[in-house]
Design a protein around this ligand. Structure first.
Ligand code: ATP
Ligand code: MN
Ligand code: MN
Length: 308
């Protein structure tokens, strides 16, 4: 997957066969960005974006009439189907099976963009092994009264506690208010183990730093604190894809960072549809280099957490 990026580095992917209708339609009214701007964005970042979504069941958020109009959260293939988007039959929580969609190529992404998609939210598992998680995401959600400096410090604490468990982690802005700390698992773990780990880790964090973190989603007690949203880690749960646009004013983007960059970042929405492509041109190396080669798992971790 990394080699796909190298092969066409610098060149915009130009998926054939996807006709874009209404390219002039304004999608971000306060900023004036059009559907063509969105198409150009995904073309430009395609080689960076694809590895994070390819072959993963992916929920999309479509904004066919722009971000000020109703949006559609969609995880299933629409009746009538799609031409380039992958489909996979997966069991739902209810036990019934449903046809989930997943990107399998640049064409898949552009077809979804043609249907108004701005946001992509993949599973932490791949279509071939939906019951095995290869990504744990700690979603740091600051309460309304929490300063950005505290969010930064919190992310560093999460990294440190993970490192104490001998787990390497990776950082991403969400394009929104917070940060995601991502832990790759190789070999992957079943969802029950991942859930137990994520909940245990969030609880341990809140236990060690009770003034900073809270591990329960009750809104009223989250005001002055950072909610460690471990609920992103279950079968069927999603987190925003790296390099996905967000359907929010300013067209912000979720962006992988090196940990060393965190001190220079001013908000979760630091990068947008313009500044992110500029950043990628300057980058000499993938900020998440090595994530796919890393071998680490939860095997030895669960027992240690109790004493953390
Ligand atoms: P922010 O930094 O502003 O919190 P975020 O992307 O982390 O941005 P959250 O609301 O914390 O936004 O949600 C985290 C992830 O959980 C989302 O990216 C999305 O993939 C998933 N998610 C959130 N809300 C829902 C929902 N109602 N249904 C399904 N998935 C959701
Ligand atoms: Mn969040
Ligand atoms: Mn959240």
């Amino acid at each position: 997957r990394a080699s796909a990026r190298k092969r066409s580095a610098g060149k915009a992917a130009a998926p054939a066969g996807i006709a874009i209708t209404h390219p002039e339609r304004v999608v971000y009214p306060t900023d004036g960005y059009t559907k063509q701007d969105v198409v150009n964005y995904y073309r430009t970042v395609m080689d960076w974006f694809l590895p994070g979504v390819i072959d993963r069941p992916t929920s999309i958020i479509r904004y066919p009439d722009g971000i000020d109009k109703p949006s559609f959260f969609q995880k299933h293939i629409p009746s009538g189907g799609l031409k380039y988007v992958g489909s996979v039959k997966l069991k739902e929580e209810t036990g019934a099976a449903a046809i989930y969609l997943y990107p399998q190529s640049a064409e898949s992404v552009m077809e979804l963009v043609q249907y108004g998609t701005l946001e992509f939210h993949p599973w932490g598992a791949r279509v071939a092994t939906p019951d095995l998680a290869d990504r744990v995401v700690f979603d740091l959600d600051p309460g309304p009264d929490v300063s950005w400096e505290r969010v930064v410090a919190a992310a560093r604490l999460v990294r440190k506690l993970l490192a104490d468990l001998e787990l390497e982690s990776f950082l991403r802005t969400t394009g929104g208010k917070g940060l995601h700390v991502v832990v790759p698992l190789n070999p992957p773990s079943d969802w029950a183990t991942v859930k137990q780990f994520a909940q245990g880790f969030a609880g341990a964090l809140a236990g060690i730093h009770p003034m900073e973190f809270v591990a329960v989603s009750t809104k009223s007690i989250r005001h002055q604190k950072i909610f460690v949203d471990y609920l992103r880690n279950g079968r069927g749960a999603t987190a925003v894809a790296s390099y996905s646009l967000r359907g929010r004013p300013g067209a912000p983007v979720a962006v992988p960072l090196r940990w060393e960059e965190l001190g220079k970042i001013k908000s979760g929405a630091q990068f947008d549809i313009h500044s992110l492509p500029a950043r990628l041109k300057r980058l000499r190396k993938d900020p998440w280099a090595g994530i796919d080669e890393l071998e680490q798992s939860l095997d030895k971790v669960i027992g240690k957490l109790g004493g953390a």
